[in-house]
Ligand binder design. Structure first.
Ligand code: SAM
Ligand code: SF4
Ligand code: FES
Length: 356
């Protein structure tokens, strides 16, 4: 089937066969991509107008017990500078963020056993109590079902845990043997079952990724039906085993953003920092291809450059106030505006039940 036909099918029925998705990813030309982009942007605008939700990202620990081969925070990277924010520092970031108009705080970190359930629940409860009209998103990696439940009961609303790749063989090439796709998936289903607005996602152009694994990622999203999906290009980090691997392509990332928007019209879809790192206008292009969320950095400036997942990460030298102002201007320039809103997931009735 011609790409245009597949795009029309996607925008009407929110689904396509695996073969059609593979054909689209592999063969879409620039003219067809513009058609896809317009459909995805129109779908996002139908749901969110010209409003962009903002999340304040607080990168609170650069310690990690895991050894994901792609990430600069992996435990084997002895050159990584490690830091942890105290509860008081985290609260200070939230206070500043609140004043700047943020109504979602994302606490993200490496898998750091220092932040056990007692410590994390105490932090979540304090944010819940001081900022009762804000959403609390956690991104702390894999934990036990009991831990996820306790954090939810303490007041966390959302959880971001990218599945990274839905293909087992591929997963095992990106992670050491003690990590498994099975556990990753089971964490994601548990998070949804508990009641979190849950975010999955993957890197575009990670080493060993193929069209087939990308199609499997899209199929997994159909199965999980997450409320959020974070995708961004893989970018190498000089002190990891993937130091000399090629970075992911911005074009392919934009294609996937648009496909995901059409497959899941109301999904919360960020234009990520990695996309903004790979291209100066990556986040703007992400929004124009159907993204509806941005995540400016709220972490204290002194630690920003130490949360080094990949080389040349942007926004590391800027204060939170500068970063949000810069983001707001960027969005205005393309006809969008940041909104002071929790930006919860709202499903349009029946969208996930369409069958063809
Ligand atoms: N430790 C938690 C986890 O792994 O879920 C949360 C923090 S982790 C740094 C957040 C995300 O960063 C990962 O899910 C991964 O997709 C992304 N990431 C890590 N290294 C990257 C790289 N080299 N290029 C692009 N994205 C990367
Ligand atoms: Fe740790 Fe997350 Fe980086 Fe993996 S991706 S090494 S779990 S911070
Ligand atoms: Fe962070 Fe521009 S968005 S400095």
């Amino acid at each position: 089937m011609k790409c245009v036909k597949i795009i029309e099918k996607l925008s009407q029925f929110h689904t396509a066969s695996e073969d059609e998705l593979a054909e689209l990813i592999d063969t879409i030309n620039d003219e067809e991509l513009e058609f896809l982009r317009k459909k995805a942007q129109a779908t996002a605008q139908e749901h969110f107008g010209n409003k962009i939700f903002v999340r304040g990202l607080i990168e609170f620990s650069s310690y990690c017990k895991n050894d994901c081969l792609y990430c600069g925070l992996r435990r084997s990277n002895k050159k990584a500078v490690r830091y942890r924010l105290s509860k008081e520092q985290i609260m200070q970031c939230c206070k500043q963020g609140y004043e700047l108009g943020f109504r979602t705080f994302v606490l993200q970190g490496g898998e750091d056993s220092y932040f056990d359930d007692d410590k994390m629940c105490e932090i979540v409860k304090a944010i819940r109590s001081d900022f009762s009209d804000c959403a609390i998103t956690l991104s702390l990696g894999e934990r036990s079902p009991e831990s996820y439940q306790r954090l939810f009961d303490s007041g966390a609303d959302r959880y971001l845990l990218r599945h990274e790749t839905a293909n087992e063989e591929h997963y095992n090439k990106l992670h050491p043997s003690e990590m498994s796709l099975k556990n990753r998936k089971s964490c994601l289903f548990k998070l949804k079952e508990i009641g979190y607005q849950t975010g999955a996602g993957f890197m575009v152009g990670s080493p060993y990724q193929t069209t087939q694994t990308l199609v499997e990622d899209l199929m997994f999203l159909k199965e999980l039906k997450p409320q959020m999906c974070g995708i961004g290009p893989f970018i190498h980090h000089k002190d990891t085993p993937f130091a000399s691997e090629n970075d992911g392509s911005v074009r392919q990332c934009l294609i996937l953003l648009s496909i995901i928007r059409l497959m899941h019209p109301s999904i919360l879809l960020p234009a990520t920092t990695a996309l903004g790192t790979a291209d100066k206008f990556g986040r703007e292009m992400g929004v124009l291809h159907g993204a509806n969320v941005v995540m400016p950095n709220l972490s204290p400036r002194a630690h920003r450059s130490d949360y080094s997942l990949y080389d040349n990460k942007i926004c590391t030298g800027d204060e939170a106030a500068e970063c949000i102002k810069c983001m707001s201007n960027r969005m205005k320039k393309i006809g969008y505006m940041l909104t002071v809103d929790r930006g919860d997931y709202k499903e349009k009735f029946g969208e996930d039940n369409v069958q063809v």
